[in-house]
Design a protein around this ligand. Structure first.
Ligand code: TRH
Length: 381
């Protein structure tokens, strides 16, 4: 008997970058911190390459950061399944591979990794087993979450230390900014990163920021908020490296960054607008005020997810601070009243930054998702 060493992770890039973003972090962590042999199957290497430029989108097989990266193509090759198989976000494994799993003398541990959510029911469903009606295989549901009865959240062993070292070292930060073509922030200047979904009311924010007394630099990844930028400045949105100014506001377009550099951007900013799943969590580890925009879903399900998160996250916040945060996050996600809600939110930034530290410390004390996933795979496979 031995703990399972070989892992296959399957990732389908539905749209955006969250699926591959989460899988890539998890794959790297399993290899680096748990010494596992990880194969990551990804159907869209071009999307992968945007967050990890070392990826060669033309290769069927390559090794990157201790992980074997395989292009998930159709027809699927004839391979021996790993001892642990992670199907990310119900991406549906290739039939040929499932048949090969069923034919193994020791059946692989089959795990469906679900999306992160703060909802109550997550704890009840975490770990549930679902036996296949046609094959001798059982799938288990692994739910990331913020409560102790869930699968936890991704957190690399050294992340908190790296973040702290970065935030305490003005020289390292200045070098980081220089790499993005910026000098270190001037006196009184606020730096705000903006990663949002199409249709967000960023122009209302720009109006607030341009009229503030102190300077605001808003950092926007290329391809994000393009319409709002063009509408506010009444000219085409520049390419990466370009910037536009009005009043106290400078909007600067950044290239899409390699994932670790995106983390550093969040650490370096005074406030981060994030979305989806992975940047949402990374902003929590950045210990700065953040505004989350959940992935828009039918029947406004995402707004319910926002409320459940706000309820959890807001525990321990003074009432006024929690209200200002909630009002602004709601306005941002609904696209209504963004400009009106901003001043009260921004007035709470010191309290929010303090709270961000307390929240991260609590999350950290609950253990991390990769370690829980490893524990979830018994020795006797
Ligand atoms: O791209 P997203 O909107 O992904 C979403 C969510 O995961 C959502 O839950 C899912 O249902 C949907 O996709 C299909 O947002 P997210 O989750 O923040 O992922 C973005 C990833 O891109 C994250 O890993 C950070 C990374 N990134 C970079 O590496 N560089 C960058 O410059 C930026 C802006 C992001």
């Amino acid at each position: 008997m031995h703990p399972p060493k070989t892992w296959d992770l399957f990732c389908r890039v539905v749209d955006n970058y969250g699926d591959i973003g989460v899988c890539w972090r998890l794959a790297r962590q399993l290899a680096a911190e748990h010494g596992l042999q990880v194969r990551l199957w990804v159907d869209d290497l071009t999307a992968f390459r945007r967050i990890c430029p070392d990826i060669d989108a033309g290769l069927a097989m390559q090794s990157c950061r201790g992980v074997e990266v395989r292009h998930w193509e159709d027809p699927f090759p004839d391979v021996v399944p790993a001892e642990v198989v992670v199907e990310a976000f119900a991406c549906e494994l290739p039939e040929r591979y499932v048949q090969a799993m069923a034919a193994r003398p020791k059946k692989p541990r089959w795990i469906n990794l679900e999306y992160l959510s703060a909802e109550e029911w997550v704890g009840e469903c975490h770990g549930l087993a679902s036996p296949s009606p046609r094959l001798p295989l059982t799938k288990h549901f692994f739910f990331p979450g913020f409560a102790a009865d869930t699968g936890g959240v991704l957190l690399e062993r050294d992340l908190a230390e790296r973040c702290r070292d970065f935030q305490q070292d003005a020289r390292v930060q200045a070098t980081f900014w220089l790499g993005l073509g910026l000098t270190a922030p001037g006196p009184g200047e606020s730096r705000i990163s903006l990663f949002c979904y199409p249709g967000s009311r960023a122009e209302e924010l720009f109006t607030c920021w341009s009229g503030q007394e102190t300077p605001v630099t808003c950092l926007v990844p290329e391809g994000i908020a393009g319409e709002a930028i063009a509408a506010f400045f009444d000219q085409p949105t520049p390419a990466a490296g370009g910037s536009l100014r009005r009043g106290s506001l400078e909007v600067r377009i950044l290239p899409f960054l390699e994932q670790d550099d995106y983390d550093r951007l969040l650490w370096a900013c005074d406030c981060n607008f994030v979305r989806g799943e992975d940047s949402f969590l990374r902003a929590q580890w950045a210990l700065r005020p953040m505004v989350w925009q959940p992935y828009p879903q039918a029947e406004a399900l995402h707004l319910h997810k926002l409320e459940t998160f706000l309820r959890r996250y807001g525990e321990g916040l003074p009432e006024g601070t929690a209200r200002a945060l909630g009002d602004f996050c709601r306005a941002w996600s609904c696209g209504e009243g963004v400009g009106a809600a901003w001043p009260a939110f921004w007035a709470q930034r010191t309290a929010l930054a303090r709270h961000a530290e307390a929240w991260a410390a609590t999350l950290q004390s609950q253990g991390d998702l990769a370690a829980r996933l490893v524990q979830f795979c018994p020795d006797q496979l």
